[in-house]
Design a protein around this ligand. Structure first.
Ligand code: HEM
Ligand code: HEM
Length: 239
């Protein structure tokens, strides 16, 4: 590119930092997490819960790939640092010159690795319990992992808000439109919308397949909002 604006002032719309696949990944992951959490109790929503969990596992697999071959700020080499760098960054926030990073900061990078890892483990344990590969103890493992995830997500959102206030930039909006007030030279060239579309199509296709594969009784129960009676489960209806 020949005419890269040198400073934020020359580039009022902001510089593209997050490519479209990262943004689509993020909001699908957050939405699926909310759905998985809201449907985690009991059998009625089990199909939706399982589908949301598998969706998250698939999203993490995609993100690992994209962290290797994606755009500049999406790459693990750009933001995965050790705990020491994270502590140094956090320490700098209390000093005279708080450090600022155009992409993820080193503390955020650690949280991202933990969130991706926990998502994979939570989905794996849910699957092992659901498919009866392991016994009831696996349900306990699944619940503990999910609870740890929830705690980390709360911390994640709190850190996003704190960091937005501290650096006076709206990080949530940046995760939506992808742009930040940063020097043009730190931006990325292409939003890679085609990759984001393939990701979105893959997720929608998976949901459609899950719906098609569901027993008619389960579909009817989900559509009507009435409790679907399992033969072996007549005694704990909550309706
Ligand atoms: C409403 C809730 C949420 C908000 C507002 C939110 C906001 C954000 C923001 C602003 C970033 C970018 C941080 C930065 O600038 O460095 C981010 C990154 C991230 N968030 Fe969230 N988040 C939410 C929920 C979640 C949930 C539920 C998960 C996981 C289950 C999650 C996982 C991640 C991951 C993995 C990244 C890294 C993005 C990437 O590079 O691919 N977030 N989030
Ligand atoms: C990765 C995202 C996931 C999250 C955040 C999550 C979260 C949870 C939570 C919080 C519970 C608690 C239920 C309770 O306290 O009684 C639960 C239960 C359960 N989860 Fe997941 N889960 C995920 C993925 C999965 C997957 C991929 C499967 C199966 C393939 C699965 C299968 C189950 C089953 C069978 C239960 C027991 C439901 C019941 O009470 O009968 N989960 N999950």
């Amino acid at each position: 590119m020949d005419t890269v604006p040198a400073s934020p002032a020359e580039n009022p719309r902001g510089t593209l930092v997050w490519d479209a696949p990262v943004r689509v990944f993020h909001w699908l992951l957050a939405a699926s997490f909310a759905v998985a959490w809201l449907t985690s109790d009991g059998e009625r929503w089990e199909l939706v819960h399982v589908t949301a969990g598998y969706t998250m596992a698939g999203l993490v697999a995609f993100r690992i790939l994209w962290g290797l071959v994606g755009t500049r700020h999406a790459r693990f080499t750009q933001f995965v640092r050790g705990p020491r760098a994270a502590l140094e960054y956090l320490g700098s926030l209390f000093g005279r010159e708080p450090r600022h990073h155009t992409g993820h900061n080193p503390a955020g990078g650690l949280a991202i690795v933990a969130l991706l890892g926990l998502t994979a483990l939570t989905a794996l344990s849910g699957w092992a319990y659901y498919e009866q590969i392991a016994g009831h103890w696996m349900k306990e493992v699944h619940e503990t992992l999910a609870g740890t995830m929830l705690a980390l997500v709360v911390l994640h959102v709190a850190a996003v808000v704190a960091s937005s206030l501290l650096h006076r930039e709206n990080l949530v909006a940046a995760m939506v439109h992808g742009r930040k007030p940063a020097p043009g030279a730190e931006g990325i060239r292409s939003p890679w919308r085609s990759v984001a579309l393939v990701l979105l199509a893959g997720v929608l296709g998976f949901w459609w397949l899950q719906w098609q594969a569901a027993p008619a009784a389960e579909q009817a129960a989900l559509l009507s909002g009435h409790h679907h009676h399992h033969d072996h489960d007549d005694d704990h209806d909550e309706d």
